[in-house]
Design a protein around this ligand. Structure first.
Ligand SMILES: Nc1ncnc2c1ncn2[C@@H]1O[C@H](COP(=O)(O)OP(=O)(O)OP(=O)(O)O)[C@@H](O)[C@H]1O
Ligand SMILES: [Mg+2]
Length: 327
């Protein structure tokens, strides 16, 4: 185990799926990527591509029907998949903080926001007094840009705006200064101005504490603004990964190209906006080979028969496509 390795989190050939009436369908297929210490990694892909299952796999909070099929998820030198529930409870909130995709379902309506932010401090630092926790929560609220902390502390989630609730979620996730922050679509429900502020805030919190972030989004603009590296996922398979420059300026996979072409721009007139034809198949319809093949403009005979490996095109730039390097 190498505690000082450059990667804080590393997925190594990780596979998982879902059991349904005795049949297990694979979703995440030999997924490999890493989040470097001090860096922000973006995970992008359309709805249903497996982004949330990737983040919930790290937290070991998958739904009961989920089945881990192989591989490792190494965090700070140790395989999370080998840990017992008691060990995971020590890590969750303390070493790994998570902003969940559904803010309203993650905040409890019957407890004050102050109490909810202070909860993980109380759990992980039992020696802290009530007053110390209250003071720390005031600081956290101010840190995430919520003024009048003493008043806000005693309010309930419904008394806050959507943007403020999102900030509360972030305060909860960073309360114990985790080494890794996982944010699953943290800004989707917000308007663009607040979205930009929340992203800027998360970036600042991560860089100030020299921690790392895995940011899950279907918004490529968010990746360009916030991330150092990105992983492009389609139907549970990584199709391309590299630096943000690789993904934005030198992408090779037809799926990445399709996502890029779908970004709305001011120059597009209404009705001109491109979208990739078709939709992500459900897990029971996945083919043996490249799962994107049925929607791909570069599809060749055999693409659906065998999956192309992730080949390194340039140092640090990987693509899984028979058309580009998958030889
Ligand atoms: N409980 C379940 N049982 C069976 N299949 C499931 C279950 N939960 C999720 N799936 C499958 O996993 C796929 C990926 O789910 P996931 O929530 O990770 O997608 P996502 O990329 O986070 O999408 P979104 O952008 O909409 O949040 C779903 O499309 C679905 O096919
Ligand atoms: Mg999701």
């Amino acid at each position: 185990m190498n505690k000082t390795s450059e990667s804080l989190l590393e997925f190594k050939n990780y596979s998982m799926g879902f059991k349904d009436e005795g049949v297990t369908y694979n979703l995440l297929d030999t997924v490999s990527f890493s989040v470097r210490r001090g860096a922000v990694l973006g995970v992008v892909g359309e709805s249903g591509c497996g982004k949330s299952m990737t983040s919930l796999s790290v937290m070991r909070l998958l739904p009961p029907e989920a089945v881990v099929q192989g591989g490792e998820i190494v965090f700070d030198g140790a395989n999370l998949l080998g840990k017992g529930e008691a060990e995971m409870e020590k890590l969750r909130g303390r070493e790994i903080g998570m902003v969940f995709q559904e803010p309203m379902t993650s905040l409890n309506p019957v407890f004050t926001v102050g109490r909810q932010i202070g909860e993980s401090l109380a759990i992980h630092f039992p020696a802290m007094s009530k007053d110390e926790i209250r003071n720390e929560v005031y600081q956290l609220l101010e840190h995430v840009g919520i003024s009048n902390a003493a008043k806000r502390f005693d309010q309930y989630p419904h008394q806050l705006s959507g943007g403020m609730r999102q900030r509360v979620m972030i305060a909860m996730a960073v309360a114990c200064k985790p080494k890794l922050l996982i944010a699953d679509e943290p800004t989707t429900a917000l308007d663009v101005t607040i979205q930009a502020q929340v992203l800027e805030l998360m970036k600042k919190l991560v860089s100030e504490s020299e921690s790392s972030m895995m940011l899950i989004t279907h918004n490529l603009g968010v990746v360009a603004e916030t991330c150092d590296e990105a992983v492009v996922m389609y139907a549970g398979q990584i199709v391309e990964k590299g630096s943000v420059d690789h993904i934005f300026n030198r992408h090779s996979h037809p799926y990445t190209a399709g996502l890029m072409a779908s970004i709305p721009s001011l120059s597009h007139g209404e009705g001109d906006l491109y979208s990739i034809p078709g939709t992500v198949p459900t897990i029971d319809k996945f083919v043996k080979g490249c799962r994107f093949a049925s929607r791909c403009t570069h599809k060749k005979p055999g693409c659906e028969e065998s999956a192309p490996p992730l080949a390194e095109l340039d140092p640090g730039h990987f693509v899984a496509c028979w058309d580009f390097g998958g030889k």
